[in-house]
Design a protein around this ligand. Structure first.
Ligand code: AMP
Length: 503
C-alpha cells in the first residue's frame, strides 16, 4: 500500500527542480526540496515516537516549512491538526486536551505562554514564520530524501480541522486521505490546473481554504505558489503579473477593488479568480468584471465537506450563486423538519454526500450521528435552493434563520434588498429577542457618505418586502465584525444587540 494522499503529490511532480513555493521573502523551494524536507519532518516525527494515527497539532505562522511539516505528518502516517493562530492559550488547552496529540508545534514566541495548555504533551516543538525552531532543527538532523512513506489507505485519517464553533464547543472534523485526495483531483480537473499554474496564495494555512483547496490543488497539479503571509492588496498586485490564478475570500476582492492599481493590464496573465468561504456580493462580482474583465468563479464548501459546488469554468459564472455540485458530489435540498426534498427554487436545508464528505467529528459519535441522515447525507446546516438551471444558491446558515411572529425570515433576502439601496455598502440582518415577536428582524448596516437614515431604509423596504420581513430597527455601524476568513460574525452582533428590545 502507498501513502494515498502523498502519492497524489509525488505522482504529480513535473520535475524535481521546479519551484513549488516562493516565500514572500523571495526564498524559493523546489519539488525536490518539498520531498526532502517533508521526508525529514516525517523521519523526525517517527524518531520521536509518532505512530500512525497519532495527532500532530500545529499552531504556527504561515511558511513553506509549515507546508513541509504538514506533508511530513501525512507521510509519517499521522494526523495533521492545524490550529488558528488567533487562538488563545485557554482555547489551545481545550484543543490539545480533546485531540491528545503526541507532538504540539507552536511559535517559539508563544512557547512560554502555552506551557500550561501543553502540559502532558509528549513533545512540544517550535516553528516560526521564517521556518526556524526546534521542529526545523529536528528535521535538519534527518535524511529526508530517502524517507519511505508509511502506508495509508484512502479511509485513514490525514487531518483533523476544528470547526470555528460559533455555537458551543468547536468540533474536530476528521478528514481522510481520500476526502482530501479526491477533492484535490476534482479541483484540478474542473478548474483546469496544470504544472504551468502559479497561484497567489495569501490565505491562512490553518483553514481548509488555504491548506486544502489552494495548496492541495496546486500540489496535485505540479504547479507553483507565491506565498504571502496575509491579505496585503498592494503585495498581491505586485505579484499579479507573475501569476495565473488566485484564490481568496470575498474580502480579498473588495479590498483589491479599492486599489487604483487594479486594472485589466495588471490581471492580464491571470486565467482564474476563485472566491469562497463566505458569500461574494453580486455587486463585487460585477465591479470586478468591469475593472478587470474577469468573472470571479464562486464555489461553496466547508471544513466537513471540502468543496461541494462550483460555478463552471466554461459557461456562465452566475453572481450570487455557488454553481453546480462537483463531479462525484450528490447535493439535495430538503425540508428541515421532514427531510423530504423540496421543489426547485424552494429554500431548504442543503445535504451533501460523496467522497468529499468527512468521516465524522472526533470523539463525538452522537454529534456525528445527528448530522448524517439514514441514507448517508451530511446535513450541512446551510439553507439554500437549486434554481431551474441547476445553480445552487446559499441563503445562509440555518441557525441564522429568523423566526419573527411565527414567520420564517431568511436574512439574505432582506440583506439583498438593503444592499441594493443607494448609499449602502453592506448589511447583516439578524434576529434579536423581542417580547412580542419572539425575534425581531434587525438590520446592522454599513453606509457610505450619502447613506439614507433608519426611517428611510425601513420605508424603502416596506414597498418591497412583506411586512413581517421588514426590520424593526436599522442600526448603522462603521464595519461589520468578521473572522479571519471574512465571514460576518452574526453571533457577535446577536450578543451585542441582545437587549435592544428591552427583554
Ligand atoms: P468553513 O468550515 O469555515 O469553511 O465554513 C463553511 C461555511 O462557510 C459554509 O457552511 C457556508 O455557510 C459558508 N460558505 C462557504 N462558501 C460559501 C459561499 N461561496 N457562499 C456563501 N457561504 C459560503
Amino acid at each position: 500500500m502507498t501513502n494515498h494522499l502523498f502519492s497524489l503529490v509525488r505522482d504529480g511532480i513535473p520535475a524535481p527542480a521546479k519551484t513549488v513555493i516562493e516565500a514572500h521573502d523571495g526564498r524559493r523551494y523546489s519539488y525536490a526540496d518539498l520531498v526532502a524536507r517533508s521526508g525529514a519532518y516525517a523521519a523526525a516525527l517517527v524518531a520521536a515516537g509518532v505512530a500512525p494515527g497519532d495527532r500532530v497539532a500545529v499552531q504556527a505562522d504561515k511558511s513553506a516549512e509549515f507546508i513541509f511539516l504538514y506533508l511530513g505528518v501525512v507521510r509519517a502516517g499521522a494526523v495533521f491538526l492545524p490550529l488558528n493562530t488567533a487562538y488563545t492559550p485557554a482555547e489551545i488547552g481545550y484543543f490539545l486536551g480533546d485531540a491528545e496529540p503526541t507532538v504540539f508545534v507552536c511559535d517559539p514566541a508563544r512557547r512560554e505562554a502555552l506551557t500550561e495548555a501543553a502540559a502532558g504533551i509528549r513533545h512540544v516543538w517550535t516553528l516560526d514564520g521564517a521556518g526556524a525552531g526546534s521542529a526545523a532543527d529536528a528535521a535538519d538532523g534527518e535524511d529526508g530524501a530517502t524517507f519511505a512513506d508509511l502506508p495509508r489507505g484512502p479511509g485513514d485519517l490525514a487531518a483533523i480541522l476544528y470547526t470555528s464553533g460559533t455555537t458551543g464547543r468547536s468540533k474536530g472534523a476528521m478528514l481522510t486521505h481520500d476526502n482530501l485526495a479526491s477533492n484535490a483531483k476534482v479541483m484540478v480537473e474542473v478548474w483546469r490546473f496544470t504544472a504551468d499554474d502559479v497561484l497567489i496564495h495569501a490565505l491562512p494555512v490553518f483553514h481548509t481554504h488555504g491548506l486544502f483547496v489552494a495548496t492541495n490543488t496546486v500540489l496535485a497539479s505540479g504547479g507553483s505558489m507565491l506565498f504571502l503571509p496575509r491579505l496585503d492588496p498592494k503585495a498581491i498586485l505586485a505579484l499579479m503579473p507573475r501569476a495565473t490564478a488566485m484564490m481568496g475570500v470575498p474580502t480579498f476582492y473588495t479590498r483589491l477593488l479599492k486599489e487604483p492599481g487594479l486594472t485589466r493590464d495588471v490581471t492580464g496573465t491571470i486565467r482564474l479568480f476563485v472566491s469562497g468561504s463566505a458569500p461574494l456580493l453580486a455587486e463585487t462580482h460585477r465591479d470586478w468584471q468591469a475593472r478587470t474583465g474577469h468573472a470571479i468563479l464562486e464555489r461553496y464548501g466547508m471544513t466537513e465537506t471540502n468543496m461541494s459546488t462550483s460555478n463552471p469554468y466554461d459557461g456562465d459564472r452566475v453572481a450570487g450563486t455557488v454553481g453546480f455540485p462537483l463531479p462525484g458530489v450528490s447535493l439535495r435540498v430538503v425540508d428541515p423538519e421532514t427531510g423530504a426534498p423540496v421543489a426547485t427554487d424552494e429554500v431548504g436545508m442543503i445535504e451533501v454526500k460523496g467522497a468529499n464528505v468527512f468521516k465524522g467529528y472526533w470523539r463525538m459519535p452522537e454529534k456525528t450521528a445527528a448530522e448524517f441522515t439514514a441514507d448517508g447525507f451530511f446535513i450541512t446546516g446551510d439553507l439554500g435552493k437549486v434554481d431551474p438551471k441547476g445553480y445552487v444558491h446559499i441563503v445562509g446558515r440555518g441557525k441564522d434563520l429568523i423566526i419573527s411572529g411565527g414567520f420564517n425570515v431568511y436574512p439574505k433576502e432582506v440583506e439583498t434588498e438593503i444592499d441594493g439601496m443607494a448609499g449602502i455598502v453592506e448589511s447583516a440582518v439578524i434576529g434579536v429577542p423581542h417580547p412580542d415577536f419572539g425575534e425581531a428582524v434587525t438590520a446592522v448596516v454599513v453606509g457610505a457618505g450619502d447613506a439614507p437614515d433608519e426611517a428611510a431604509v425601513i420605508a424603502g423596504l416596506e414597498s418591497r418586502l412583506a411586512r413581517f420581513k421588514c426590520p424593526k430597527r436599522v442600526l448603522f455601524v462603521d464595519e461589520l465584525p468578521r473572522n479571519a476568513m471574512g465571514k460576518v460574525q452574526k453571533n457577535v452582533l446577536r450578543e451585542r444587540y441582545k437587549d435592544l428590545y428591552g427583554q
